[in-house]
Design a protein around this ligand. Structure first.
Ligand SMILES: [Fe+2]
Ligand SMILES: [Fe+2]
Length: 196
């Protein structure tokens, strides 16, 4: 599975994005907490939608727990800063637009969902790494180092799950196609102190 291990994003986040985040870090933390909770739900939604894919269920449960642990840790930082969770989360345009590109065929849809999950995790890695690299606070920098290391692992793990069921060349080709789409979606969205 070497080719799948080497997949990485070609589009990079802008300097303007990291500046927007650092200028409203409390706002970013609130969004980050929501993202971790949604990532945990996403892992568990694979379990609910594809209970027959028993080869990947343990890994999905593991990922769901790790994301929930991330949520717990981000929420702890929010508590220290007297921040409250967002009341209602607006529709996630980034994920919504990405999912529109899923194939309509059930089998290929499964493939595309796994690949999109891999791309979203890779974007998390890329952006949390920027936060870790640019934030002044040493404790937060090291916290985000732990987070981005974990998201990189998740990105890899979803791609490997796809390669369990589909030929590796097909996964790589589709990953690259969807990655180009992801880059275009990201650039079309307004800049916010948020992960996407
Ligand atoms: Fe996470
Ligand atoms: Fe993740």
């Amino acid at each position: 599975m070497d080719a799948v291990e080497e997949l990485h994003l070609k589009t990079r986040s802008s300097k303007a994005w990291i500046e927007t985040v650092l200028n409203n870090f409390d706002g970013f933390l609130k969004d980050h907490a929501d993202c971790e909770r949604k990532a945990s739900s996403m892992a568990m939604s694979f379990v609910a939608k594809y209970p027959d894919r028993k080869e990947i269920i343990p890994e999905l449960i593991h990922t769901g727990i790790e994301e929930l642990e991330h949520f717990r840790l981000v929420y702890r930082i929010m508590q220290q800063r007297n921040l409250t969770l967002n009341h209602s989360i607006g529709e996630d345009q980034y994920v919504k637009q990405l999912l529109k590109h899923c194939h309509s065929n059930r089998e290929k849809r499964f493939r595309d969902r796994l690949i999109i999950a891999s791309i979203v995790e890779n974007r998390g890695f890329e952006r949390f790494k920027l936060v870790s690299d640019y934030i002044q606070d040493e404790e937060l920098a090291s916290f985000y180092r732990m987070i981005y290391t974990s998201e990189a692992k998740h990105g890899n793990s979803f791609a490997k799950m796809a390669a369990l069921y589909f030929p590796e060349e097909e996964v790589v080709e589709r990953w690259n196609e969807l990655e180009a789409i992801e880059g275009a979606i990201l650039e079309s969205l307004p800049l916010k102190a948020a992960l996407h």
